[in-house]
Design a protein around this ligand. Structure first.
Ligand SMILES: [Zn+2]
Length: 310
């Protein structure tokens, strides 16, 4: 698939305390891994800033003001919740993160690219309408999903979230949006404590697939093949958005699942084929978690290689 990488150096300037897992080196690890001859065909674009109108599709005006107008001096980091911080460069990084998802959406809708991978930080899928949460500031994927429905006039948009943590923020944003199907595979009884199978959305538009810590890669992939693929075939989305967190990798310090880097290539191929079948080859993926730097780099590289190979 014709694939475009969206990123911005502002993502390296969102600083947080040193003991924290969500460090700028995560983005460096991903970008370093996306070099080499196998990525010659990868188109590279700078992520623009999201505009306020797009942020307001998911977030409250007061919350957007808080993020954009809080002044942070020098090397200070202000705690937004117990594990999410604001530094002098954070608002710019968060705007470029949401902007990457929006631009990727607009480009796949225009036919300028087919697949997109947004390598940005902070991540987004825990951010709530009026609160930062779980390292996340703006709900990047939900913002793109709502723009796809409201601006591009799509009737059916699917979000697949394979981060090891449940995407509670995305789920909340899309809960009462019948045109959006949210699917999350995640470790059960784990942060953020949501994502039960019984949570099925306002109009049966949410599918949560929790699995216990230690679940094998074979079982994870079988669950994906049986439940996710069939649900996507049934729904036939006009666009597939992916919350691409790589912390279900077996080496990840914040997760207890067992995937290897190669499985993310399989996922990319599978999701890419589904987008070719149903969605006019429109697939937008956005980086979420992944905290073991070598595993994160290898996994993201495998995922993008999978897209390019299709
Ligand atoms: Zn995660």
């Amino acid at each position: 698939m014709k694939t475009t990488l969206y990123t911005h150096e502002a993502g390296l300037k969102h600083h947080i305390p040193l003991e924290h897992a969500e460090q700028p080196d995560r983005l460096r690890a991903v970008l370093d891994a996306l070099n080499g001859p196998q990525f010659d065909a990868l188109i590279r674009k700078a992520a623009p800033r999201a505009v306020r109108e797009d942020l307001l599709r998911v977030h409250t005006s007061d919350y957007v003001d808080l993020i954009l107008s809080t002044e942070v001096k020098g090397d200070e980091t202000l705690a937004l919740d117990w594990d999410t911080y604001l530094s002098a460069g954070s608002a710019e990084a968060a705007l470029r993160g949401a902007g990457a998802a929006v631009q990727a959406l607009d480009d796949v809708m225009a036919g300028d690219t087919q697949a997109a991978f947004c390598a940005t930080r902070p991540p987004g899928h825990h951010a709530r309408a009026s609160a930062a949460m779980g390292f996340c500031i703006f709900s990047n994927v939900a913002i793109a999903a709502k723009r796809a429905l409201e601006v591009h006039g799509l009737a059916k948009v699917a979000v697949v979230d394979f981060d090891v943590h449940h995407g509670n923020g995305t789920q909340e944003a899309l809960w009462d949006v019948p045109g959006a199907l949210f699917i999350s595979l995640h470790q059960q009884d784990h942060y953020p404590g949501t994502g039960f199978a019984a949570q099925t959305g306002g109009s049966d538009n949410v599918l949560n697939l929790p699995m216990p810590a230690g679940t094998s890669a074979q079982k994870w992939m079988a669950l994906f093949d049986q439940k996710v693929v069939s649900r996507l075939n049934q729904f036939a989305p006009e666009l597939i958005l992916v919350s691409a967190g790589f912390d279900a990798h077996r080496d990840d310090p914040l997760g207890g699942l067992q995937l290897e880097a190669e499985h993310f290539a399989e996922l990319a191929v599978c999701l890419g084929k589904l987008s070719q079948t149903h969605s006019n080859s429109r697939l937008v993926s956005v980086l979420e978690g992944g905290y073991d730097l070598p595993a994160l780099g290898r996994s993201a590289a495998q995922f993008v290689e999978g897209l390019l190979e299709l």
